[in-house]
Design a protein around this ligand. Structure first.
Ligand code: ZN
Length: 53
């Protein structure tokens, strides 16, 4: 299982919502999370998913 970097949900690796950023693949639970990540990837990589410490 992969973790959606936007909302913190577990996402199956067969998810169609994924994006490549700096050579690493990120998976998302929905197109909304994918779009949010693509808009500002550094924010989510720096702060982590919502609700996570
Ligand atoms: Zn999500």
């Amino acid at each position: 299982m992969m973790i959606d970097p936007v909302c913190g949900m577990e996402v199956d690796e067969t998810s169609i919502y994924k994006t490549m950023y700096k050579g690493k693949l990120y998976y998302f639970c929905s197109n909304g999370c994918k779009k949010a990540f693509e808009k500002d990837p550094e924010k989510y990589l720096r702060e982590g998913p919502k609700g996570m410490p």
